[in-house]
Design a binder for this molecule. Structure first.
Ligand SMILES: NC(=O)c1ccc[n+]([C@@H]2O[C@H](COP(=O)([O-])OP(=O)(O)OC[C@H]3O[C@@H](n4cnc5c(N)ncnc54)[C@H](OP(=O)(O)O)[C@@H]3O)[C@@H](O)[C@H]2O)c1
Length: 234
């Protein structure tokens, strides 16, 4: 398969790229900087034919269009897109001290970013059969009514909007045999999740790659699951 992953330089995005390449998939690993460093650079060296580094700040729609043009010119048709890049700002401070600019910045990355990527990159996706092609949105239990706990304004609101975007996109793309799936990755040990999280990014990424490959099956009517494929309440 050919996969595109945003925010692939660290955390869950890096683990998704690493596991996908280890399983023989070709990966367009998207990062904000012009050149990969550290473990992603090493991964590209280890899998020269499989891992291509692409520049994409998801808040820059021009870059999304340029990326689509580059991939098209290279004949890199997509089987899966993973909108993984995300930020967490202003959690727990309370409404009285909320910085509305943090809400705007969060929506730029967590919602408008995936929308811009879907707008420019889903036209490059091959049509599938029975939902075999997939757009994964890395969502969050925190961005669901069932999992809401109060005070998490920028992040929770952006992620529940991302889930609605997933449902809208899923229904639009179904005739092409492409499904969109919102996936809660679990609470994972990354810069965002912190060191106390119970789950490693690698365990979560393994589950998400199984979902992408279809080894973990999800019923056609389901569009919000966790990394194991278990349906999540919205
Ligand atoms: N960690 C958890 O427990 C948890 C739980 C539920 C959901 N999630 C979701 O899982 C996803 C991955 O999170 P993580 O834990 O791996 O977070 P992380 O370690 O903080 O990594 C975030 C990634 O997003 C990228 N990013 C941020 N802003 C970007 C932009 N404007 N354009 C492109 N890339 C950008 C970062 O790139 P730079 O290196 O350039 O900053 C980095 O690669 C996120 O969507 C997050 O909301 C995480």
């Amino acid at each position: 398969m050919n996969l595109l992953i945003t925010g692939a330089g660290r955390g869950l995005g890096y683990e998704l790229a690493r596991i996908a390449a280890a399983r023989g998939h070709a990966v367009a690993a998207c990062i904000r900087s012009a050149e990969a460093e550290g473990e992603l650079a090493a991964l590209a060296e280890r899998y020269p034919g499989l891992v291509r580094i692409e520049r994409l700040d998801v808040t820059d729609e021009t870059q999304a269009g340029e990326l689509a043009a580059r991939l098209q010119a290279a004949g890199f048709a997509l089987d899966a897109i993973v909108n993984n890049a995300g930020i967490l700002l202003g959690r727990g401070g309370g409404i009285a001290s909320l910085e509305l600019d943090e809400v705007r910045r969060t929506f730029e990355v967590n919602l408008y970013g995936p929308m811009s990527v879907a707008k420019h990159l889903t036209p490059l996706m091959r049509d599938g059969r029975d939902g075999a092609k997939i757009v994964v949105h890395v969502a969050s239990e925190a961005g669901s009514f069932a999992g809401a706990y109060g005070g998490d304004y920028p992040y929770a609101l952006s992620k529940i909007a991302l889930s609605m975007f997933t449902k809208q996109l899923n229904d639009e793309l179904r005739p092409r045999g492409i499904r969109a799936l919102a996936v809660h990755p679990g609470w994972i040990r990354t810069d965002m999740g912190g060191s106390s999280a119970p789950l490693s990014a690698a365990e979560s990424a393994l589950g998400i790659i199984d979902l992408i490959e279809g080894t973990t099956e999800v019923p056609a009517e389901t569009w919000f699951v966790d990394y194991t494929g278990r349906a999540m309440p919205i």
